[in-house]
Design a protein around this ligand. Structure first.
Ligand code: F6R
Length: 260
């Protein structure tokens, strides 16, 4: 895993956007896996800026989102549909037929989830998967105890996740208790993953994800088995990494190597 440590949230957002933009320029019809939540917001803002000021072209890009709350219609201001259109898609030149976000209102969840997986396969698989990390170690909504080989399905959210997400809702009782999420197995099929984390409340989880044992108790730890992951962390999120200085040294050496 490549670990990039930046001073703060603004810097991780810029770095992540540079990587995404680089991959889009190299492969204009790239298939992106996208995440919601607070963490990627700065990166989306920077990508919008790059679209407007540097002609970053989204016209051939295809996207698949990781998850959606169960029970929220796409018009609900807290749905991930709403989030993605509001924070990215409406501001760049992507068309709705290239955008895929799991539905939170289908009747036959099982059939829908296998249709979603199939759609990803038919698109050629995800080239670059953006990931945030939950305090309980989740990626997507793969809560502790999720099978590390799981596929897209319905998950019950932990009380911790419900509490964390309550900040977006007027009333805690409104926070959905279930979500449809891509599984650990689905995420691992992405050709490359970009994991973002910011803030000291993520520091312990980030340490478990990157340096802890690979286990269902911290589902993001499965990324240790992925051949191509870049983790972009700010100083606060990286403060509990045991080998933090070594990771910084590796990046410094890599820069020297590239220059020579
Ligand atoms: C959202 C998602 C979640 C979030 C995680 C962190 O699509 O997949 O795993 O990335 O809950 O959320 P924030 O960024 O709000 O701390």
């Amino acid at each position: 895993m490549r670990i990039i440590i930046e001073p703060d949230y603004e810097a991780i957002s810029r770095k992540a956007a540079q990587i995404v933009a680089d991959r889009i320029r190299k492969k204009p019809d790239i298939v992106l896996g996208l995440a919601t939540g607070s963490t990627p917001l700065g990166m989306y803002q920077e990508l919008i800026r790059m679209h407007k000021e540097e002609s970053l072209d989204f016209s051939k890009v295809v996207t698949f989102n990781l998850d959606e709350y169960w029970g929220l219609p796409s018009s609900h201001p807290q749905s991930y549909h709403y989030f993605m259109w509001n924070n990215l898609f409406s501001h760049v030149n992507i068309t709705s037929e290239r955008v895929h976000i799991p539905s939170g209102t289908v009747n036959d969840v099982e059939a829908y989830c296998s249709w979603y997986e199939d759609k990803i396969k038919k698109a050629g698989g995800i080239d670059l998967q953006i990931l945030g990390i939950g305090r309980d170690g989740h990626i997507g909504f793969n809560e502790p105890g999720s099978s590390l080989g799981s596929r897209t399905r319905m998950k019950t959210l932990t009380p911790e996740t419900v509490e964390d997400n309550a900040r977006f809702f007027e009333n805690k009782d409104e926070v959905p208790k279930f979500a449809i999420t891509m599984g650990g197995g689905s995420i691992m099929e992405a050709k490359e993953c970009l994991l973002l984390a910011s803030g000291k409340n993520k520091a312990e989880t980030v340490q478990r994800c990157i340096e802890g044992p690979i286990c269902a108790e911290c589902t993001s730890s499965i990324l240790q088995l992925h051949p191509k992951v870049i983790a972009i962390l700010d100083e606060e999120a990286s403060q509990k990494l045991r080998r933090k200085e070594y990771y910084k040294y590796v990046e410094k050496m890599a820069l020297k190597f590239k220059k020579s």
